[in-house]
Design a protein around this ligand. Structure first.
Ligand SMILES: NC(=O)c1ccc[n+]([C@@H]2O[C@H](COP(=O)([O-])OP(=O)(O)OC[C@H]3O[C@@H](n4cnc5c(N)ncnc54)[C@H](OP(=O)(O)O)[C@@H]3O)[C@@H](O)[C@H]2O)c1
Length: 276
């Protein structure tokens, strides 16, 4: 197998970190990025080629891409769009600014990075753009409206891009994990504390259960898988001659992917209302 060069965003923890380790161990070249300088240094000390890239900041994205191209000698086989966070909160409690902040990272930053690398992929005559979407990129769940909207938007953009890039040998891949072990809930809880005012919300009482879920140690949902389950799909998307368009990860994604095609929306809503 010819070693590939893969660039990953959001490698400070969770799926990005574990995927970087696994892909590197398989003999590929991994270039990692992290938002905070302290994480960049930690990853470098661990032996990773790492650069700083904050998806919420256009200058940082441009600088990151310049550094990436210098490091990789202007060659890149694949990009794994992994960096993102979840902004919890009922839709009616999300201000325009908070929703915009969610989109700056999960959607606009991701899009900007894609567009900076497509010319390179076109010039090379090949490339793979792998998006870490979510089960929440195709089903909606309570108190996850900002994140849901950002991942639905990402899926729409990726689907369009795939059609536009047909025949270019640039593959567009969506990975759709359900619950995965990572710092996702811990980081989401910090964004909840920062941006939501539960005391002045209609949803005050239900937020208590949400707070407990976000702060729970260990898996908070059944069928949670380790981050390596996502890395397995990244390996296939990177190495396979014909990567899939969508990769489901975890039982809930398979289940809801099936139910979404099968059930009327009102029945699906009934089921989804029971998800905390
Ligand atoms: N865990 C799950 O159950 C699950 C399920 C489906 C999909 N996903 C997706 O998996 C991906 C990775 O999440 P995770 O579960 O591994 O959670 P995580 O441990 O919280 O990792 C998220 C990563 O994204 C980074 N990030 C956040 N804001 C960023 C920004 N503005 N610029 C660059 N990087 C930024 C974080 O960096 P900092 O440390 O600096 O914040 C961190 O490295 C995300 O796209 C998430 O939506 C996760």
């Amino acid at each position: 197998m010819t070693p590939k060069t893969l660039f990953i965003t959001g490698c400070s923890s969770g799926i990005g970190y574990v995927t970087a380790q696994i892909i590197k161990q398989r003999g590929h070249r991994v270039i990692c990025s992290a938002r905070k300088q302290t994480d960049v240094e930690r990853l470098r000390n661990e032996g990773f080629e790492t650069l700083r890239l904050d998806l919420a900041d256009s200058d940082s994205i441009r600088q990151g891409v310049n550094e990436l191209l210098k490091l990789s000698g202007g060659k890149l086989d694949a990009l794994f769009h992994n960096g993102a966070y979840g902004q919890p909160g009922a839709v009616e409690d999300l201000s325009r600014a908070v929703l915009r902040e969610q989109f700056e990272t999960n959607f606009f930053g991701t899009h900007e990075l894609t567009n900076l690398l497509i010319p390179l992929f076109r010039q090379q005559g090949h490339g793979r753009i792998i998006y870490n979407s979510s089960i929440l990129g195709f089903v909606a769940m309570r108190y996850r409206g900002a994140y849901n909207a950002s991942k639905f938007a990402l899926e729409g953009l990726a689907d369009t891009l795939r059609i536009e890039l047909h025949g270019s040998n640039i593959h567009i891949v969506l990975i759709e994990p359900g619950p995965i072990e990572s710092k996702f809930r811990q980081n989401a809880f910090a964004m909840y504390k920062k941006n939501i005012d539960p005391d002045n919300s209609f949803h005050k009482d239900t937020y208590k259960a949400m707070e407990a879920r976000l702060q729970k140690q260990g898996p908070a949902a059944p069928f949670t898988l380790p981050a390596a389950a996502v890395a397995d799909k990244v390996i296939h998307a990177l190495e396979s001659k014909k990567p899939k368009i969508r990769y489901y990860v975890t039982f809930p994604t398979y289940l809801f992917g099936y139910l979404k095609r099968l059930l009327p929306v009102s029945w699906l809503d009934f089921l989804l209302r029971s998800v905390q």
